[in-house]
Design a protein around this ligand. Structure first.
Ligand code: SAH
Length: 194
């Protein structure tokens, strides 16, 4: 394991993100939206997440912009980052499959929306956000730079802590007691812990 291999592994993670998500993104456009939270806060958070998870790593490898914050690469960090990235790909794919046509890029309820409580969703309510935490962690371990590495952890933390309460309120408004009962028997991110 060296820095170049770690960079290639990071690129595989980005490719997996696209390959898993694209078919759901295409399908999504055909269903009518009945409730939506596409406001400035939501747009800014998603923009910041894409900047830190995609743009900053690319700038790190293609420009001298962040050079001053580089530190020596540790192979152990590279292996741990690879493990976290594998976890991301698995959880990301699993949660898309289980959500199916209920998935959306932003916070919204579409026509024929149903509450998913099976598959990975029987254990945790936010497996896709858990996947993003793993992706951000992988980046922090795979990129030996004090700014670019941890930047994604900041954006994912912001996204998670601002978005998940709004999402849960929206689900509660839509599904009422069904969602209340579901939330009472599941954890947010880690079964039995949080
Ligand atoms: N927070 C979830 C889903 C992220 S995708 C996760 O981390 O896995 C965001 C959209 O998924 C929301 O707009 C909401 O409409 C939908 N959603 C979230 N949880 C759901 C569930 N249990 N069943 C159906 N749709 C859900």
């Amino acid at each position: 394991m060296n820095e170049t291999i770690a960079a290639l592994i990071w690129a595989l993670g980005l490719t997996a993100w696209f390959v898993v998500r694209y078919p759901y993104h295409r399908r999504k456009r055909r269903l009518k939206v009945v409730r939506n939270h596409w406001d400035l806060e939501e747009r800014s958070m998603l923009f910041f997440t894409v900047v830190t998870l995609v743009l900053l790593p690319i700038l790190h490898w293609t420009s001298p912009l962040f050079q001053a914050a580089d530190y020596p690469f540790h192979p152990a960090a590279g292996w741990l980052g690879t493990l976290a990235l594998l976890g991301f790909v698995w959880l990301f794919r699993r949660s898309h499959k289980d959500l199916g046509k209920n998935w959306s890029y932003t916070l919204e309820i579409r026509e024929e929306h149903s509450l998913v409580t099976a598959g990975i969703y029987q254990f945790i309510r936010h497996p896709m956000y858990a996947a993003f935490w793993l992706w951000a962690l992988a980046q922090a371990l795979l990129i030996p730079n004090l700014i670019v590495g941890p930047a994604s952890l900041v954006s994912v933390a912001l996204l998670y802590f601002r978005r998940s309460p709004r999402e849960e309120r929206m689900m509660l408004d839509t599904f009422g007691d069904q969602y209340r009962a579901y939330a009472a028997r599941t954890a947010r991110l880690i079964p039995g812990v949080f």
